[in-house]
Design a protein around this ligand. Structure first.
Ligand code: CA2
Length: 146
C-alpha cells in the first residue's frame, strides 16, 4: 500500500510563524512521524510539499493507477483551484482532504473548498495530529473489515 501526502503553498513555513493556528511542529517533523507511522501500518508514505499549483496537479496525475491514496492539504489552493479539483476527479484512489485548522471557524473566503467535492473524506481542525489520524484510518478504509 502506498500513499502520497501532498502539501500546498506556505506549509513549508510551519513551525516558524502563527503557532497559535498551526502549532510549532515543522513540516519535516510531521513528515518524519508520518514515515514512522506508515512503516508500522505497512504503508509506504511519500511526503511532498510545493508552493506551485501546477506541480500539485502533476503529482495528483502521477498518482493515477499507481498510488492507493492521497492525503492532501492543498493550503490556500483549497479555496481557489479548479485545476486541483479536476485532477482529483481524474484520480480514482482514496482521497482525504486535510487541514490543520478548521477553515470554517476562520475568514469566510476559507469556507469554500474546491477539494471537498472531489474527496472521500475531510479531516480539519485537529491540528497536525490530523496527518497521523489519516494514516491510522487508511488501512481500514482501503481494506474494510468484514
Ligand atoms: O489549516 C490548514 O491546514 C490550511 O490548509 C492551511 C493554509 C490555509 O490557507 C487554509 O485555509 C487552511 C495555509 C497554510 C499556511 O501555513 C503557514 C504556516 C506557518 C506560517 C505561515 C503560513
Amino acid at each position: 500500500m502506498k500513499t502520497f501526502v501532498i502539501n500546498g503553498p506556505n506549509l513549508n513555513l510551519l513551525g516558524t510563524r502563527e503557532p497559535e493556528i498551526y502549532g510549532s511542529d515543522t513540516l519535516e517533523d510531521i513528515a518524519k512521524r508520518c514515515q514512522k507511522l506508515g512503516k508500522q501500518h505497512g504503508i509506504e508514505v511519500e511526503f511532498r510539499q510545493s508552493n506551485h499549483e501546477g506541480t500539485i496537479v502533476d503529482w495528483i496525475q502521477e498518482a493515477i493507477n499507481k498510488i492507493d491514496a492521497i492525503i492532501l492539504n492543498a493550503g490556500a489552493y483549497t479555496h481557489t483551484s479548479v485545476a486541483i479539483h479536476d485532477a482529483l476527479r481524474a484520480y480514482s484512489g482514496y482521497k482525504i482532504e486535510l487541514h490543520i485548522s478548521n477553515p470554517h471557524l476562520r475568514e469566510t473566503f476559507r469556507h469554500i473548498s474546491y477539494v471537498s467535492p472531489a474527496s472521500d473524506a475531510v479531516i480539519a481542525g485537529l491540528g497536525v495530529n490530523g496527518y497521523e489520524l489519516a494514516l491510522d484510518i487508511l488501512p481500514d478504509l482501503l481494506n474494510p473489515r468484514k
